[in-house]
Design a protein around this ligand. Structure first.
Ligand code: INI
Length: 164
């Protein structure tokens, strides 16, 4: 029996891209800070000239999938992180933006084989979003950890021999 598990400090040679939505950047900027703090503390080079980490900004969560897809198809990254904040109270088309972002991000991961962390906060109020982006905890930190775990786990799995 094989047991496959990712580690959190298996960062040698790992290249990560973070795609961040500018919409609600009061929230997404804090998610990004938390995420980079987590990655840096686990050994990822987060310096401005880092070869290991890139950050791409998109207008809103709706645009996360297309940019994640291009980055995944580049072959440069072993794992991607998407960050966004969709707030129901301020968004009549909340359900549309959330559905497209979540379905799109899931498709990118499945279609490319590159894991994509779903770091899109979906809350009823700005207060709830801020609480998850630093006032109480910062989920950006968790998304960083999940990316490290997935990047490591994928290396340990058997290589696909066929693609349907
Ligand atoms: N994008 C978000 O990331 N969060 C939101 O709450 C939001 N609202 O409120 O509409 C939002 N809209 C923009 C959308 O993601 C696209 O950028 C836009 O529709 C252009 O395609």
């Amino acid at each position: 029996m094989a047991t496959f598990e990712g580690r959190f400090t298996d960062v040698q040679g790992l290249r990560i891209a973070v795609v961040v939505a500018r919409f609600n950047d009061l929230v997404t900027g804090k998610l990004l800070s938390g995420c980079l703090d987590c990655l840096g503390r686990h050994g990822v080079n987060t310096a401005a000239d880092s070869e290991q980490l890139d950050v791409a900004w998109v207008p809103g969560s709706f645009e996360l999938p297309v940019v994640a897809q291009q980055l995944a198809l580049s072959g440069r990254y072993q794992v991607l992180i998407t960050l966004g904040a969709v707030i129901r109270g301020d968004t009549p088309h909340f359900d549309v933006v959330v559905a497209e972002a979540s379905k799109g991000i899931a498709s990118v991961a499945r279609d490319t084989g590159v894991p994509v962390i779903f770091g899109v906060l979906t809350t009823d109020t700005m207060q709830q979003a801020l609480e998850r982006a630093g006032i109480k905890s910062n989920l950006g930190w968790s998304y960083g950890l999940q990316a490290l775990e997935m990047g490591s786990l994928m290396k340990t799995l058997p290589t696909p021999s066929r693609v349907d």
